[in-house]
Structure formats: structure tokens, C-alpha cells
Design a protein around this ligand. Sequence first.
Ligand code: NAD
Length: 429
Amino acid sequence: MDKTSPLSPEIPSPAYICPFDQACSYLDAAGKELKLDQGLLEILSNPRKVVTVSMPVKRDNGEILVLAGHRVQHCDVLGPYKGGIRFHPAVTLREVSALAMLMTWKCALLGIPYGGAKGGIAINPKTYSTNELERISRRYISELIKDIGPSVDIPAPDMGTSAREMAWMMDTYSVNIGNAVPGVVTGKPLSIGGSLGREMATGRGVMIIVREALADKGKSLEGTRIAIQGFGNVGGAAAVLLHEAGAKIIAVSTGSGGVFAENGLDISEVKAYAKENNRKILGFPHAKPISNAELLTLPCDVLIPAALENQITEENVNQIQANLIVEAANGPVTLEANQALEARGVTVLPDILSNAGGVVVSYLEWVQGLSYLFWDEEKVNSEMESLMVKAYRKVIEQSQMRKISPRLAAYVLGVGRVAQALSDRGLYP
Ligand code: NAD
């Protein structure tokens, strides 16, 4: 794909940070470190398939809405494509392409036999009724029916989608194929072949990475001061599990703002408050209100950005006080900010490692579905934990051996495995 051509109707502002260019920069750096052949690098810089469908959908008032639905399949050299579907107003084809590429490296890094993909629709799901969201989800999957399937491309939830959307998508695919095909999506409800442990998986993976990184510094979770941006699927689960493990969660936030407590928040109380207040936590009575910008620069031991991309940038990087940043969201630290943090000796554990718990349990869900044998939650969690710890250890080992940052080490491992497979398979024809 031409990195400079406009892939979507967005009009970049001067402050615009292109996620696809960022993803290609990390790939280039890994390629350089691995001394990759230029031709291989060129193949890996381009998504294999980019699909944008025009989706007419009827609103509840009868009005017809035409939405653009994207699916980008980056590379399937290791196995079927795998990646989430995002419903968020900021979705663009460039962002989806970047996230698809990240999924390729993430799956390879974790040693799971998938290639990377991503999908998305630029909508704010909060402004649609449940019936409208069902029609959007079903139309999206029916438009893409020839491009997905349990051995082709397996979608999963991402921002703005959940088990509910996966159930509609699985049903739409199955009705069109003529039989139930649970393996077409992961992150499904348990009633139709979902896996125990999937809901908390990404947050649990984040907790495991924080725990391992602290242990390497001779510390434990007990009493460690942690700030978390985002209190959704990932940030919320990470907060619960880290709190249970003894960490002090001093601040959490949602899109409308956050809360701070010097001596740590009672996360179960914050959760209950969010449940009662339409997922907002601003106003939680036992803490001080705090903005998202303030949360990022709090004095703390660990900072976990678990909301959106491009949150730690050149603008605020000098105010960041944490010594360990664990990227729970995709791409929350920009390239420039990452360089500045590395220069200051701050450890940044990259998204393709830290938030991989979700895709690992998606893989375990797929394996259980294919083998018609379902595991208890303990087994799911322990299989996931062993893959996460193994990947973390390999990243640290590479980083020390090559004297490179953990981020570059993670890319070297992921890109290296895909490049090796590509060169072993050879080019057709
Ligand atoms: P989510 O929609 O469940 O939660 C997102 C959270 O971020 C919410 O609390 C929301 O209020 C908050 N938020 C939104 N805009 C914000 C803003 N401007 N500032 C601060 N907070 C804001 O989404 P999620 O599934 O938790 O995903 C979060 C991130 O993690 C995304 O980058 C996603 O790609 C990544 N991720 C998710 C999974 C998964 O399994 N869900 C797996 C891997 C990576």
C-alpha cells in the first residue's frame, strides 16, 4: 500500500499522527535489526487484502444510512487471519490497516498460528439503538461473507463491540452457510461456544505482564502504585485483577474523566458506581476528580494506558513520571514519545506483548470449538498465562541479547518468525 496516498476520506490535521506510518516505522526498524531482505520487507509492509464495503442500513425512524465497513487482512503466512472489529467514530482505513499489521506480529510473537486482520466501522455505537446495532453488525458480516470463515479469517470483539455483536455475526454467517459455524468468530457468549476466561483475558494478560516486569526489578504487585487510563473491557479487568493481587490503583478514567485517590481506590466500589452511572466514574464519591491528561502524568510506579492510541505524545512525554509503562491499548505511545521515554530509561512494554491475552484466549476458544471439548476456567487461564510468560521472557532475553528496547525486541521476534515462514514457504508462482 502506498503509505502516502489517502486511504480514507479523513482530512489530516497538522497534528495528525498516521497509525499506518507508525506501524511501518516499527516494521522497518525490526527489518533493519534482522537485516531482512528488502523484498520480504516490501511484502510485509503491505496488507494482503483491503476490503471496504458500502453498507446501507435502515435506522429505526426509516431513514437510510450508508456506512463504510472495513476489513483489512495483513498476512496469513502462519495461519488464518485473526483480529477484532471496532465500532468507534475515529475508525479509518489507515488505522484498521495499522491494527491488522500489529495483529500479525502479536500472533507470531505469542506463537499462535494466525495472521493479522482488523475490521471497523466509523460509528459511535452509543448513538444507535440495539436494533440498529444488530442490523449494522449483520449487514457488515453478510457483506464480508466470502472473506471470512473459521479457516480463513476469524473476527473478534474490539472497542465498541462485545460478545453480543459476535453472537449476531456468528448467527448471520451460519444462517447464510446453512449450518451453525461457531468457529467463525471468537469472543462469543458461552451459550454458543464462547470460552470461559475470555471476558477478563486481555486485562489478565496485562496483570501478568506487570507482575513479571516488577519481579524483574525485584518488586511485587503488593503496594505498587498504578494509574490506569480507560475502564472498559481491558482497563476495567486489569484494574480488578491488579487490585485483587495487592496493587494500589491510585487512578482510573473513562472518556468523560477519571478519579484519583492517593491511598488507592476500592476497585469493586468504582465498578459498582460505573454500573449504576452509565459507565461513568467521574463523580465517584470516595476520590478526587481528575482529567485524562492529569492521570497520565501522575507520580506512580506503573502507568497503564488502556483506552485509545496516541495518548502519550511529544506534548506530554516530559511530564510522564512512571518508570514502567505497560501498553494495554493499541498504540497509546507515539513513536517520538517512545524514543524520548527509552532515552530516559523508562521501560515501555509494547502493545503486541502486553495486550495479547485477548487473542491468546480467542485462540484457545477456537481450539476448544474445533475439538468440541470445553475446558474449565482454570485451565484456560493457566494455558494463557504460560504463553504470556513465555513471550515476555523471550522479549526480555532478546532485548538484553541485542541491547535493544523491549518494543524493538518484540517486533524482532514477531517479524522474524513471519519472515522466516514466508521465506520457507517461498513465493507462488
Ligand atoms: P472499551 O470500549 O471496552 O473501553 C475503552 C475505555 O476507554 C472506556 O472506559 C472508555 O470510556 C475509555 N475512553 C474512551 N475514550 C477515551 C478518551 N478520549 N480518554 C480516555 N479514555 C477514553 O474498549 P477495550 O476493549 O477496553 O479496548 C481498549 C483498548 O485495548 C483499545 O486500544 C483496543 O484496541 C485494545 N485491545 C482490546 C482488546 C480486547 O480484548 N477488548 C484486546 C487487545 C487490545
